[in-house]
Design a protein around this ligand. Structure first.
Ligand code: ADP
Ligand code: TRP
Length: 337
């Protein structure tokens, strides 16, 4: 009974290479969810424009993120998979939602506040480098979401505030028209993989330059793993696995038995960081090698990839059009198709 399934929706911004944090924090959980929900997953290319102003880079990132989802196992027959820019109804809905979004709400958004804070620290104008795309980011994201009436929005912790803003905006609009125009979507956060650590121990993030790319060549993977920052404990010293980046990353890729075996070696002493890194490389490459191969094959057939995205947009648009037709009537913009 496909009609009765609940809807899950999420997007990824194509602003750089996908990394292991994106894989465990966003892609894998979303694909697991897609077995249970009717999924709509998209590439948030207009969100990326706020920061990526080089056209070649933007086009490449879009293709790479699309190929990344497919290589990780997204089935475009099951999931409606599209580019945000190919669903122009998103932008009409954004305009409508603007009228229901207080400026104060945007002032409170974490990303904007962080940019202002940084400017103040550097004794710059508080809004230096802040474009309106960044300031109104949560409205565009609310439109992405509300356009498809999802029940759940799988996101990382950092995005929960944005989903809550989408709820606020939807509730304000529903209240005004005394009608349940929009379903109120819920954020779904994967607690068990809350934060994947990067090479330097901070959260793995493009903005920190501490990432392990998902699809880089094997040699690069090895080199990056060897670069993970460790303390100065000697080979013979017993080590605490739970405070070691190497071990925390290992847990994401290794079987239970492998995890136990490595933890034991840590605690017994006699194992240096170099050896632990080699073991980490072995399990990471075991999982990523087939993924990398699929990714490269998909990237090599540009037409096929574009066709998959076009087919996704063709499925998404009638749903988006239906939402807008209904909404235009509700708000009194009538006489449009
Ligand atoms: P980045 O921090 O590298 O710019 P994005 O903000 O583009 O990554 O994140 C895309 C998705 O991947 C989001 O859902 C985010 O929560 C998730 N994600 C990013 N980094 C991590 C991480 N280190 N651990 C877990 N999830 C992550
Ligand atoms: N803002 C999200 C991020 O930076 C990406 C995104 C855009 C998104 N629109 C969305 C996520 C709608 C979920 C739903 O990761």
């Amino acid at each position: 009974m496909k009609e009765l399934k609940k809807i899950a929706l999420t997007g990824i911004k194509p602003t750089g290479d996908l990394h292991i944090g994106n894989y465990f924090g966003a892609i894998k959980p979303a694909l697991r969810l897609a077995t249970e929900y009717d999924a709509r997953y998209f590439i948030a290319d207009y969100h990326a424009l706020n920061t990526v102003k080089d056209p070649k880079a933007l086009a490449t990132h879009v293709r790479e993120v699309a190929a990344g989802w497919l290589a990780a196992g997204l089935n475009p027959e099951e999931v409606i998979f599209y580019r945000q820019s190919a669903v122009p109804e998103t932008f009409e809905l954004t305009t409508i939602l603007m009228a229901f979004t207080s400026k104060g709400l945007m002032n409170r958004a974490h990303a904007y506040k962080a940019a202002v804070q940084e400017n103040l620290q550097n004794q710059e104008d508080p809004d230096a480098g802040v474009n309106m795309g960044l300031f109104t980011y949560p409205v565009l994201m609310a439109a992405d979401i509300l356009l498809f009436n999802p029940d759940v929005v799988p996101v990382g912790k950092d995005q929960v505030q944005h989903v809550e803003m989408a709820q606020d905006i939807a509730q304000g609009l529903n209240f005004n028209y005394k009608d349940a125009v929009f379903k109120i979507p819920q954020a779904a956060v994967q607690e068990e993989v809350a934060v994947v650590p990067g090479l330097d121990g901070r959260k793995m993030s493009k903005s920190y330059g501490n990432v392990i790319p998902l699809f880089g060549p094997e040699k690069q993977l090895h080199k990056l793993i060897m670069r993970i920052v460790t303390n100065s404990q000697g080979v013979e010293e017993p080590k605490d696995p739970e405070t070691s980046q190497i071990y925390l990353l290992y847990k994401l890729f290794a079987s239970e038995a492998e995890q136990e075996a490595l933890a034991k070696q840590y605690r017994n002493g006699g194992m240096g960081w170099g050896e632990a890194k080699e073991e980490l490389f072995r399990v990471v490459n075991r999982e990523l090698a087939p993924l990398r191969e699929r990714f490269n094959a998909i990237m090599a057939d540009r037409d096929a990839l574009d066709a998959i995205l076009a087919q996704g947009a063709a499925k998404a648009r009638p749903l988006a059009e239906a939402t807008l037709r209904r909404l235009r009537r509700t708000i009194g913009i009538i006489g449009n198709p």
